[in-house]
Design a protein. Sequence first.
Length: 432
Amino acid sequence: MDLTAFLIDLFLLLAAAVLVGELTSRLGQTALVGQLLVGVVLGPTLLGPYLGLSTSTPGFSGIQFLATFFILVMAGLEVSIEEIYATGLSSGLLGGAVFVGPFLLAALTLPFLLPGLPPLTSLFVALTLSITALPVMGVMLREFGLSRSKLGRVLMNTAVLNELAAVTVFAVLLRLGTGSGFVAAAIAVVSVAVFLTTVLSAHMALRALRATRAWERLRRNFRRTWRSREAGFAVLMVMALGSALYSQYLGLTFLVGAFYAGLLITPESAGPRSHRSISQVFDAMTWGFFIPLFFAFVGLGMNLRLLAGAPADLALFGGIVALAILGKVGVGALVARLQRWATPQAMAIGFFVSSRGAVELAMAVILLQSGIFSPRLYTIVAAVGLITTIVAPIGAAYFGGPRLDRRGSGIVGWKAGAPPLPLTGAEVPPDP
């Protein structure tokens, strides 16, 4: 590929994604909505045949891999294992319910909506419909002024548990895709168990070291003697790539290893100052470069013309969107009501957990590249993610009670009957 043409295409895609993402943010949506729309407009749906932009070119394929890798590490960095330990039964039940409920509902319904689809592929689609986006959740809670509230803390913990479950199930299903029958299932379970045991052992070892003076001395010596700039970030990259390589070797794809590598880097293991420095560098690279390009690439890979060929296709797509929204909203609101949240707050929880984002789209990209998803199925999954991400904040504001001030200043009121939210004073995982 001509280098000048590649740079022009990259400039066009990144500039458009950044500008349109900023525009959609000012309109009350998350930036990823605009970034996805940029890819749709510049892709085969509209302008692609004239511009020649495609994610199949070697340059774009390499950047898409790096973007997927960075996003999964970032998702792991936003997860605090200590926070999970302190989550409590209510958040644990909510997090489990809004994953298991929609997953089972979709798994039972999709064979009727998509007849002829292989059972394993149906389970992958069901998995993408059951994920709650942790980064998108953080953005929405920040824009609604709920980050430090009791409701915000419950929702962040719910998203954390949801993504942990989703990544683990994805690893099992992906390993199952390498064979069939009991032997393949046993190999899948053993592979995931070996990987998770390794991660848990590393985490427990770090916890044990943190309790000793030797760990603190080791950290101080590292900061004093290691002269390379941003050495902590370099060590994180080596760890993340090693973990990704390990999970890839086990047949679980690099995505799983990247996510769990980020999870092991905590303020306790790296030190608060080093962790803050690493996170700042990582966030700047990921949010400023890789995330806009990643979502633009996702949109670029979509071809909505595949869904516009017949009324039956549009009806099918509408049914999957309804399944994606109603499954999450219904289960989330029901469990929240059983936990004695007021009805408006329960509805807000249902809509908040219905948002999709980076992780399931990263999974869809992997599945498309591996041939498990067809271009049509990939387009359906990506379009569902786009629509649900648009609907989630609108539904939470309209049905749930918290209304976003046009100036973005947060809550301006609750519907009648909703008690005020007590501030916990406890920090939730950092907003993206």
